[in-house]
Design a protein around this ligand. Structure first.
Ligand code: FAD
Ligand code: NAD
Length: 478
């Protein structure tokens, strides 16, 4: 087997596998080492995202949303189905099959691009050398690499007051596997994972209670969008306990959660508890002690804008480094690093990273919020358009939410776009492209949008920046 490569990538999540494929496309001899094994002990590519993250969570979000629609919404369309029944085992099998197919798909891509795949634990042995402890054996081999890309991702943060036992107290991976719908489900952390997985189990019948340490949620979202979202989630039945600190848990068949809420001791019994309080980078044991890789206080490998570490020819990308922990951000870094190694120009625009929360309705945003602009003292104009005034949203019976476009007051350049509503995960990409091409609100206003589409709400919000939205009685903002 070959043991000398132009590039060795450690980690095959969306950052690492994309980097490996792009390196190979660019003619670099490439290997990728990954340690992930599924619950049957079989090697499985794709990292957190494909195995226990983006993909399985979206499979369950889709299935649970269809269940809700069949139960509560079809009859409004004049479609009467006899009682919709949940087959949770089938829902989970469907999710597992999607994961299996996609992870196998990465193996196929590695083969067709001639990326050499090693299943095992990788470590930088010395600059230019990677040791690989092969999965399921004690054998360790050394391979030579002119360049090394670290892409070892992240794992769930644990807290001592709610220790994961994988039965009653679980992390996000466990919350994708419940074999019964918990009657009551507690979630520690009302962040993206808490909201998405809380939504799944609420739709399937759980009473969901979210314990959030902060006085509000989604700190990086526009406040108007976050407060809209809170009202909608509460109407859907999610219960939020803000300013709530989990102090300890007693586990018997259920979990008794002891919290401190605004100085008061409280107790809540739940059948299952999910801990979703953030993720931490897998930066331990990445190198032998003599390789002095710089790691910051929070555990992230230190890199510059081009993902270069302090060691020459060693790069780090994805959740392992600063910036939002998002699959698409890691993939873009992977592509950038591949291009740089091949001697090409490449950059990532860190000011234009879309964020999405895949609840129903979906939240999506990119760029600056009104709050961040106010804090910077920058003058801006904002236009808002509600989905309630969109013909297509009405036809779909999906009218909650709004689109907000924020533009520079002087240059009219779009600085941020914020949405809550139907299909916003797709709509936001129009804003990302507009920002990437330095569009102004007027550029969007002058663009023709097909009718009737949800995208028209984006068009109208851009028109509203200049107070000339058509389908609202009076522009909301001066
Ligand atoms: P990872 O995907 O974590 O992959 C790292 C890989 O490296 C793993 O396979 C790991 O086993 C391997 N590894 C670690 N150490 C070693 C070693 N020493 N040697 C060899 N291999 C090693 N992001 C989104 O953008 N959209 C979403 O909708 C979304 N949903 C999510 C839902 C959930 C429930 C979770 C948990 C996360 C979600 N994320 C989402 C976040 C997303 O999964 C991560 O941002 C993304 O997977 C990070 O990619 P990565 O390649 O940096 O790391
Ligand atoms: P998060 O940072 O989004 O939210 C964690 C929440 O837990 C925060 O609101 C925080 O205030 C709260 N918290 C922290 N400690 C607490 C404590 N002791 N008690 C109560 N609350 C506490 O983290 P997450 O939801 O775990 O998600 C992890 C990462 O995965 C995120 O960075 C996110 O970007 C990524 N992710 C993305 C998506 C998506 O793009 N749709 C989906 C899921 C996960």
């Amino acid at each position: 087997m070959k043991n000398k490569f132009d590039v060795v990538v450690i980690g095959a999540g969306p950052a690492g596998y994309v980097a490996a494929i792009r390196c190979a496309q660019l003619g670099l001899s490439t290997a990728c080492v990954d340690a992930w094994c599924d619950k049957n002990g079989n090697a499985s590519l794709g990292g957190t995202c494909l195995n226990v993250g983006c993909i399985p969570s979206k499979a369950l979000l889709e299935s649970s949303e269809l269940f809700t629609q069949a139960q509560h919404e079809f009859s409004n369309h004049g479609i009467n189905v006899s009682l919709a029944e949940l087959d949770l085992a089938q829902m989970l099998r469907r999710k597992d099959k999607i994961v299996k197919d996609l992870t196998k798909g990465i193996s196929g891509l590695f083969q067709s691009n001639k990326v050499e795949y090693f299943s095992g634990l990788g470590k930088v042995h010395s600059p230019g050398q990677v040791s690989i402890k092969k999965s399921g054996s004690n054998e360790t081999i050394i391979v030579h690499a002119k360049n090394i890309i670290l892409a070892t991702g992240s794992r769930s943060t644990e807290i001592p007051s709610a220790v994961i036992d994988k039965q009653t107290i679980v992390d996000s991976s466990g919350a994708l596997e419940f074999d019964q719908v918990p009657k009551t489900l507690g979630i520690v952390g009302a962040g993206v994972i808490g909201l998405e997985l809380g939504t799944v189990w609420r739709r399937l019948g759980s009473k969901v209670i979210l314990f959030e340490a902060l006085p509000s949620f989604l700190p990086s979202a526009d406040r108007e969008i976050a407060s809209n979202a809170l009202k909608i989630y509460q109407n859907q039945g999610l219960e939020f306990r803000f300013n709530s600190k989990v102090v300890s848990c007693e586990v018997n068949k259920a979990v008794v959660v002891h919290t401190e809420e605004q100085g008061q001791a409280k107790t809540q019994e739940v059948d299952r508890l999910v801990v979703a309080v953030g993720r931490k980078p897998n930066s331990e044991h990445l190198t032998t002690p003599q390789v002095k890789l710089e790691i910051d206080a929070a555990g992230f490998v230190r890199v510059d804008d081009q993902c270069k570490t302090n060691i020459e020819h060693v790069y780090a990308i994805g959740d392992l480094v600063r910036g939002p922990m998002l699959a698409h951000k890691g993939s873009e870094e992977g592509m950038m690093v591949a291009e740089l190694i091949a001697g090409h120009f490449a950059r990532v625009n860190y000011d234009n990273i879309p964020s999405v929360v895949y609840t129903h309705p979906e939240l999506a945003w990119v760029g600056q919020t009104e709050q961040s602009l106010i804090a910077q003292g920058r003058d801006y104009r904002a236009g808002v358009f509600p989905f309630a005034a969109s013909g297509r949203a009405r036809a779909a019976g999906d009218t909650s939410g709004l689109v907000k476009v924020i533009a520079d007051a002087k240059t009219d350049r779009i600085l941020g776009v914020h949405m809550i509503g139907p299909h916003c995960s797709e709509l936001i990409m129009q804003a990302v492209i507009a920002i990437e091409f330095s569009a102004s609100a007027e550029d969007l206003a002058l663009t023709m949008f097909a009718h009737p589409t949800l995208s028209e709400a984006f068009h109208e919000a851009a028109l509203a920046v200049d107070n000339r939205a058509i389908h609202i009685a009076k522009a909301k903002r001066a």
